[in-house]
Ligand binder design. Sequence first.
Ligand SMILES: [Zn+2]
Ligand SMILES: [Zn+2]
Length: 447
Amino acid sequence: MLKLGLIPNEEPDIRVGIVLPEDRKEIITLKTPKTINYSIITSEKTYNLLHNTEIKVKIKNDKIITTIDNNLQFETKNIIIKPDKAIKKENKAGLQINEVVAGRGFHWKKFININVTGVIEISNYNNNILVINELPIEEYLMCVATSEMGSACPPELIESQTITARSWMLANIEMKHVDLEFDVCNDDCCQRYQGTTFLTDQSIKGAYNTFGQVLMSDNKICDARYSKSCGGIMETYENVWEDTPISYLQGIPDAPANFQHESLPMNTEEKVEKWILDTPESFCSSLTIAEEELPKYLGGVDDEGKYFRWEVNYSQAEITKLLSNQLNIQAKSILDILPIKRGKSGRLTEIEVVYIDNLNIQLTLKISNQYYIRKYFDEKFLYSSAFIVKKGKIENNIPNSFTLLGAGWGHGVGYCQIGALGMALKGYSTENIVYHYFPGSVLKKIY
Ligand SMILES: [Zn+2]
Ligand SMILES: [Zn+2]
């Protein structure tokens, strides 16, 4: 596993969580590829598998039962599945794992079959299946580049995305899954990884062309955050995570240096409204890349949505039901949703809900943090917290609807994936792209 603060001088292996205890899987099936043999290693024995072999793993008490080709069966604590020789990096190379979650907890959640190279460990974690994939980091990164973005992307986008992902990974600040003994999970909580399922020649090239290159600042590897679309202005680190600002994560326009807009700096509600109702010409703007062009560049499991500017409508009944459930309140009707504090990109960091409860008392509830605002204002997860609220017709003091008009998708801090695509299509170099999103950082090859 990676260690916090350690700058590796050779390519490290990393551990990726593929099936997590929270997925509540009691059974999982896998299949070896057509051309490569694998072995299953247990504490007692090694089983040699031929190609095209089906493996079924099922939870039983505190152990797992492995069945090979509906035939051979054994019960163990855990198993390791290992290829007998090195696997050539290509599309769909490696072991197939069926029904893996993509978009865990988000509104675009799906189950997909994926292929992975490297070694697979399967164990029983509190009566749920845990699957971990261990592989060299560069192999992981080439898969992340295409899982995060579609294969039609220009090389500068794939290279800049790979440098960003590598830096974030090796900075290893979050260590969200250390108690389950893996470095990152396979999903948006960390970085989206779908093995070699969508691997392309360009992403393999992207990893080799930038092999070992990371962004550095202050002799440390940069905590290079990224999201789908900033909405035109990047958000600062302190408005999303902790209070301490990070020098290379700034709230600057995602646009050329001479970019101007009447809403900048965005320090009043009027300016925010103008900004969100407008379509400014930023790199991630639908003026730079038409929304209908995006599907060919974006990853395979994305929702087809509006990324730059979007709209969500709720009737009075719908918003009352939603917020009652999400906030665990007994609301009879919602009177108002008030912006209190915003970050540099217009993202709300504090909001107030004014409502009447079932005893006809008017109450106010405050919600802080863009994460919770996004979590509560949508059944699954709202695109971003950069939104303004428009009320419908008001009768007896009660609006009959609420419309959220918003900008961007994700937290908006650091690298903006759609903006980077816009820059790459406009002819900016890989270096220019990463320096734009992480101002003041320096590219360095560490291994
Ligand atoms: Zn994670
Ligand atoms: Zn952007």
